[in-house]
Design a protein around this ligand. Structure first.
Ligand SMILES: *Cc1c(COP(=O)(O)O)cnc(C)c1O
Length: 359
């Protein structure tokens, strides 16, 4: 039996995608071998890779002057790869801090750049997005980096910041959850294991004119231009993760694309927040209402002594991976595309029942 999996990452994958991969596991399209056993330079895998890129471009409406890269090292390597490639002779980069991931990105960038913190909610424990009119943007920054959805703190931007320097976004936990205007960005990146596919791939979408100015000493493997020129196959790519991500893109198109996913995701999150807000304080959300994440919903119990029993009883009912991140505690439900609405309904009904039993 499949459980309802609210894991923040690696996260749930659509069941029909897994079934399709299972059907094709031993012999992909009658070729007598698994995708895992194919040459990445062979005709079949090159076609799989090209279809994945075409479908992703189609889903997001990626403009022609942007390159789509399928890289390795996760989102965490992007924390270094972004400054290595995008400083382009400048010294400074602007960072907006709204949670642990943006703070980590800024800390890594400090190895390469003069990091200027434009705005930070750290002093309040990362519960909101600092008002845009208080941001202290530099005039000489090579780029502005922010994290539109903070996976751990559950803080999500409801707008794309309007800045002069190229805008860089870490979309690891929200890419493909709703339509996105790529033309507003210099670069976006997203580790696959939240809302795209299995771990091992990070998707980078970058405006072409920003390529080709890497810092001296940048490893070839970390040069976006080289990756773009060689079809993201500078070395052997994680072929199976790439293939499975491609199946997810097809699945998303069959669901009606990103507008359809956005409607479902809004409904799912609204149901869970409504349950939290109507519990008379039994359940609490730490995040300011305007910036609550649709993808990652942290919540606490009025009585934290009940956390362990809440999690244990949930698991017994097939509702798993609801523990909050070790740095913040409490609970967290991640509601990515592959988490069906029935999972949220089951969680809400469990929360009502638990409150009746304990309240
Ligand atoms: C998970 C996550 C990361 C780190 O991803 P890795 O692929 O494990 O390096 C970075 N940023 C955000 C927003 C994330 O959710």
């Amino acid at each position: 039996m499949r459980v309802y999996n609210f894991c923040a990452g690696p996260a749930a994958l659509p069941q029909s995608v897994l079934t399709e991969a299972q059907r094709e596991l031993l012999s992909w399209k009658g070729k007598g071998m698994s995708v895992m056993e194919m040459s990445h330079r062979g005709h079949d895998f090159v076609a799989i890779a090209a279809a994945a890129e075409a479908d992703l471009r189609d889903l997001l409406g990626v403009p022609a002057n942007y390159r789509v890269l399928f890289l390795q090292g996760g989102a965490s390597l992007q924390f270094a790869q972004v400054p290595m490639n995008l400083l382009r002779g400048k010294a400074k980069a602007d960072y907006v801090l709204t949670g642990m991931w943006s703070a980590k990105a800024a800390a890594e960038a400090r190895k390469y750049a003069e990091v200027h913190v434009v705005a930070s909610d750290e002093a309040h424990g990362y519960r909101t997005v600092p008002a845009f009119d208080t941001w202290n943007l530099s005039t000489d920054a090579a780029y502005v980096h922010y994290t539109p959805n903070e996976t751990i703190h559950g803080v999500q931007f409801n707008y794309i910041p309007e800045v002069d320097a190229p805008l860089v976004g870490d979309f690891s936990s929200c890419l493909l959850s709703e339509p996105l205007d790529i033309s507003r960005f210099g670069l976006i990146y997203a580790g696959a294991q939240k809302n795209i596919g299995p771990a091992g791939i990070v998707v980078v979408i970058v405006r072409e004119d920003l390529l080709g100015h890497t810092l001296a000493g940048t490893p070839s493997m970390l040069d976006y231009k080289l990756a773009a020129d060689q079809g993201s196959m500078v070395n052997t790519p994680p072929t199976f993760s790439w293939y499975l991500s491609g199946l997810v893109f097809k699945w998303l198109k069959n669901q009606g694309g990103l507008p359809a996913m956005a409607a479902i995701n809004q409904r799912k999150a609204a149901k869970l927040y409504a349950q939290i807000d109507s519990s008379g304080g039994f359940y609490q959300s730490p995040v300011s209402k305007t910036y609550r994440s649709l993808m990652n919903v942290p919540f606490t119990l009025m009585n934290p002594d009940l956390d362990a029993v809440f999690l244990k009883d949930a698991e017994a009912q097939g509702l798993v991976n609801l523990a909050g991140h070790r740095s913040v505690g409490g609970m967290r439900a991640s509601l990515y595309n592959a988490v069906p609405e029935e999972a949220v309904d089951a969680l809400v009904s469990y929360m009502q029942d638990f409150m009746k039993r304990m309240g």
